[in-house]
Design a protein around this ligand. Structure first.
Ligand SMILES: Nc1ncnc2c1ncn2[C@@H]1O[C@H](COP(=O)(O)OP(=O)(O)O)[C@@H](O)[C@H]1O
Ligand SMILES: [Mg+2]
Length: 263
């Protein structure tokens, strides 16, 4: 049982100056699936991903990855930050950034070798950026920038991929190529954890969901999580959501009872 688990979060509470933004979060996630983290703006999604990556210090609780502490498995975990949080003026080419995926903390002095270059080129090819390989990252479109960071994660040859809103600000072609990549990664047995805020596409993209609003509202497969009750607990009061909930219930072909539809 335990070896089927990718990420465990136990009793995690995280506070910034203004008080807790994650409160007593507790869950275990499966391996080998495409997992969505959803919830309204400011619900703690980015903070949760950063906590898993050890980038923020929790007030209490702990995280385990593949039953180990992060420091022991860091190289098996790749992180794709939210595009807006990256300094795109940093002078680096596509190739340079993707090569960062090959650097190892324990072995910074080691020069990159031919095999690294090959992996970097393959990763760039996978995201369709070969012709832009030597271009400065500041010169790329939003969709291309997003793909550079995905290529960097691919070059790391990790097992667990954490991505913060990879579909924001990308064109439709990039969106479908990222989706195809995710499916390929899943077929290779990788686990992908993705922050996503567009409820309309949730049921097409993900196998498994974590629904968050400071507290853990629900987690599990789509049918378990996408209920009217869970969604109104997470998004309560946001009227536009009610029609979306109906759409979602229809889209995923859940059994529709009269009272569920009549919101
Ligand atoms: N570095 C920070 N310092 C203080 N408050 C923060 C910081 N980062 C995020 N917050 C606040 O924590 C809450 C959760 O933020 P975040 O995890 O980014 O949510 P989400 O990704 O779901 O939009 C928000 O209210 C946000 O304003
Ligand atoms: Mg966020």
């Amino acid at each position: 049982m335990k070896n089927q688990v990718s990420v465990e979060v136990h009793n995690l509470t995280v506070s910034y100056d203004g008080g807790p933004v994650l409160w007593d979060i507790d869950f275990e996630l499966p391996q080998g699936q495409i997992i969505g983290i959803i919830g309204p703006n400011g619900s703690g999604k980015t903070t949760l991903l950063k906590s898993i990556m050890g980038l923020v210090e929790p007030s209490s609780g702990f995280v385990k990855i593949y039953d180990k502490n992060l420091d022991d498995v860091r190289e098996r975990v790749a992180y794709v930050p939210q595009r807006e949080s990256v300094d795109w003026d940093f002078p680096a080419s596509v190739f340079d950034v993707v090569m960062m995926g090959r650097y190892r903390k324990k072995n910074l002095l080691k020069r990159t070798n031919k095999a690294d270059v090959e992996i970097v080129n393959q990763s760039i090819e996978k995201v369709g950026l070969t012709e832009f390989k030597n271009r400065q990252i500041s010169q790329l479109s939003g969709g291309q920038q997003q793909r550079v960071f995905i290529a960097r994660a691919l070059a790391q040859k990790a097992d667990l991929y954490l991505m913060d809103e990879p579909f924001v600000g990308v064109d439709a072609a990039t969106e479908s190529s990222i989706l195809a990549l995710l499916q390929e990664m899943k077929a290779d047995g990788k686990t992908v954890l993705i922050i996503h805020h567009d409820l309309q596409t949730v049921s097409e993209y993900f196998d498994y969901l974590v629904l968050l609003n400071t507290r853990l509202i629900a987690k599990g497969n789509l049918q378990e999580v996408l209920t009217k009750e869970n969604l109104s607990n997470a998004y309560g009061g946001q009227l536009t959501l009610l029609s979306k909930v109906v759409d979602l219930i229809k889209k995923t072909e859940f059994p529709i009872r009269e009272k569920d539809v009549d919101l």
